[in-house]
Design a binder for this molecule. Structure first.
Ligand code: ADP
Ligand code: ASP
Ligand code: MG
Length: 469
């Protein structure tokens, strides 16, 4: 059975939902072929309508600032947009039912927003309750759209299916509980030869309090569902043709990478390739489930990117270059212990205690430098380390991460990469022991130019050809 996840742009409007219906219909036809190994599924996981999560978070922020009127105005616009998309449901009775559902959910949201506006405070718990509505509504609409187009489909409330801890806004799934919950709510639908439709990004604690898995988390939901149900493939349907050789928002002449290893995909996602949430690959690795990235706008033309444990060699050291902005470099300089025993432990404990994840790490004899995405708890981290180290930081930095299985056997790549970025001030350089990636930390203002230079040097046809000679 296949899990198909459709991102925000793949459910953004009526035309997108109609495309989704045809894609799911084609997958259903494959599943019911007499020679198919498994007649179940697909299982469909959907994001909120494109931009809806940002808007809901904006509404929560307005409520927190006491601007109830502004928040309610935005909710009304969002309500209208959902009702418009629900117009895709062809059966009048089904459409009326979904319209009533949308109405109730928005009435409830207006009540919540009114209360939060009076309190002028939005806790992470309430933030999740508000943000989760995007996927709850979109999945309900998509389930009814599939059903009204003749595909047996059933809406599954993600809060009944994904059990998480209570780390609101970035909750982690509890796998045994989620496996049991999915068996309870999804298996009967599959057994009934219908297509379950679940909102991504959303879960609930054991006590039933709504949580979310963090921004971009619908990919992660799909992977968790795939792993728990033992899927044969996890498909990520999005608005690009697959994993591209670099970020298409920064580099023009990118092309699709046809095949990636799990390790390459994880590195790329972790260091900024937004097309995959960084946690997506991990559940797939555990069960060795292939992941495929596909374009929902061009389902016939695109073969996408296949991600498996191993991939055939390409004869090229580099697979893709990811990039990430908004990074902070933290320099921790030892004041008295130098590199004494326990110094590093103390540093990482401070980051751990303050729930701040560290990406790149480099060391010198007297200092350790790390990069972080979230600098909100940096003052507390500096205080925790005040006795042993001086902590300084620099914001507006960027990471460029060159990834490729081929780097392991290419001894000249690092020097070529450094020659390519000659003149760009490099703050940190790191090459992991596995030698699957080389990471540079540079200033954000230098990112576009640097990424384009690296891409041009290693990916344009001219250079590919030259490399092969
Ligand atoms: P979805 O809403 O389908 O989850 P996202 O916006 O989260 O889609 O991810 C898709 C976007 O990721 C693309 O439109 C593209 O701009 C961006 N992106 C960044 N780096 C890459 C890359 N290396 N390959 C493909 N897409 C990338
Ligand atoms: N809707 C959520 C977000 O915008 C989750 C997702 O789309 O994956 O972050
Ligand atoms: Mg996404």
């Amino acid at each position: 059975m296949v899990v198909m996840k459709f991102g925000g742009t793949s459910v953004a409007d009526r035309a997108a939902v109609e495309r989704l219906v045809s894609i799911v219909r084609a997958a259903r036809q494959v599943a019911i072929q007499p020679e198919a190994m498994d007649w179940r599924g697909p299982v469909v996981v959907v994001s909120a309508l494109g931009g809806a999560t940002d808007r809901l978070l904006g509404v929560a922020a307005e409520a927190g600032a006491g601007d109830i009127e502004g928040a309610i105005e935005n909710l009304r616009a969002l309500r209208a947009r959902h009702l418009e998309v629900a117009g895709v449901i062809t059966k009048p009775a089904d459409r009326a039912e979904v319209e009533a559902f949308i109405g109730n959910e928005f009435n409830e949201l207006e009540r919540i927003v009114g209360a939060l506006g009076v309190l002028r405070e939005v806790s992470p718990r309430w933030l999740d309750t508000v943000a989760a509505q995007g996927e709850i509504l979109s999945s309900r609409i998509v389930a009814a759209a599939l059903a009204s187009h003749g595909l047996g489909a059933a809406w599954i409330d993600a809060r009944q299916a994904i059990v998480t801890d209570d780390e609101f806004t970035s909750a982690a799934p509890l796998i045994p509980e989620t496996t049991a919950a999915l068996a309870r709510v999804v298996d009967p639908v599959l057994a009934d030869r219908r297509v379950p439709v679940i909102g991504g990004f959303v879960g609930a604690t054991r006590e039933g309090v709504t949580t979310t898995l963090g921004r971009g988390g619908s990919d992660y939901s799909a992977a968790i569902i795939g792993a728990c149900l033992g899927a044969s493939e996890i498909q990520i349907w999005t608005d690009v043709d697959g994993m591209l050789t670099s970020d298409p928002r920064i580099v023009k002449d990118v092309h699709v990478v046809p095949h990636l290893s799990f390790a390459e995909a994880s590195e790329l996602a972790y260091f900024g390739a937004k097309v995959l949430h960084p946690a997506t690959i991990q559940p797939a690795v555990g069960q060795n489930i292939p992941v495929r990235i596909l374009n929902s706008r061009r389902p016939e033309d695109s073969t996408g990117t296949l991600i498996t444990r191993d991939r055939p060699p390409t004869g090229h050291p580099l697979t893709a270059v990811a990039a990430k902005k908004g990074v902070t470099v933290v320099d921790i300089t030892s004041t008295r212990m130098l590199m004494a025993h326990g110094f590093l432990r103390r540093i990482f404990e401070a980051f751990e205690t303050h729930k701040t994840s560290v990406d790149v790490v480099t060391t010198s004899e007297v200092s350790v430098s790390v990069t972080i995405d979230d600098s909100r708890r940096l003052p507390a981290i500096a205080r925790a380390l005040a006795e042993v180290a001086e902590v300084t930081h620099e914001e507006h930095m960027a990471i460029v991460c060159a990834v490729g299985e081929g780097l392991q056997t290419d001894s000249s790549f690092v020097s070529e990469l450094l020659a390519t970025v000659k003149g760009v001030p490099i703050r940190l350089v790191s090459q992991a022991g596995t030698r699957r990636n080389i990471t540079l930390v540079i200033r954000e203002v230098d990112l576009a130019q640097t990424l384009n230079r690296v891409h041009e040097r290693f990916f344009t046809t001219v250079h590919h050809a030259a490399n092969k000679q």
